[in-house]
Ligand binder design. Structure first.
Ligand code: ADP
Ligand code: MG
Length: 140
């Protein structure tokens, strides 16, 4: 296994309910390090670009509206096998299908307001990290 980095986002439903510390504890308890982090309000253009792969999906408009409805916390998580490990900790996209003990099972409100984003592959992780963070911001 290799040390990887993955992009994580704490979504507006999580910041609204003051859950950022509880969710960060899940990452740290699982051995992932938060090597960069910033709280921002995304613009519509930024959210549309970030989720561009879903542009043709019926939920795209609602997804973008939700992602700009409040602050998000952008993060880079680092650790062994971090991309898949984070997906495990997050749980399934739809909280109704998420395993016990996962972030989405415990915190998500719905399939839209599902508390966290995590990159799904090494290629997307690299693109997503570079979209939000400069090299100087990745202090390790
Ligand atoms: P994930 O975030 O688990 O990687 P996707 O990349 O498939 O999931 O979708 C991106 C986000 O779009 C999801 O986290 C969720 O917020 C939203 N989404 C996905 N599928 C649906 C759906 N069927 N209805 C509403 N929102 C959805
Ligand atoms: Mg995805």
């Amino acid at each position: 296994m290799a040390v990887e980095r993955t992009l994580s986002i704490l979504k507006p439903d999580a910041t609204r309910r003051n859950l950022t510390g509880k969710i960060n504890a899940r990452f740290e308890e699982a051995g992932l390090r938060i090597v960069a982090q910033k709280r921002v309000l995304l613009s519509q253009a930024q959210a549309e670009e970030f989720y561009g792969v879903h542009r043709e999906r019926p939920f795209f408009k609602d997804l973008v509206a939700f992602m700009i409805s409040g602050p998000v916390v952008l993060q880079v998580l680092e650790g062994e096998n971090a991309i898949a490990r984070n997906r495990e900790i997050m749980g399934a996209t739809n909280p109704a299908n998420a395993a016990e003990g996962t972030i989405r099972k415990d915190f998500a409100e719905s399939i839209d307001a599902n508390s966290v984003h995590g990159s799904d592959a090494p290629e997307t992780a690299a693109v997503e990290i570079a979209y939000f963070f400069s090299g100087l911001e990745l202090v390790g």
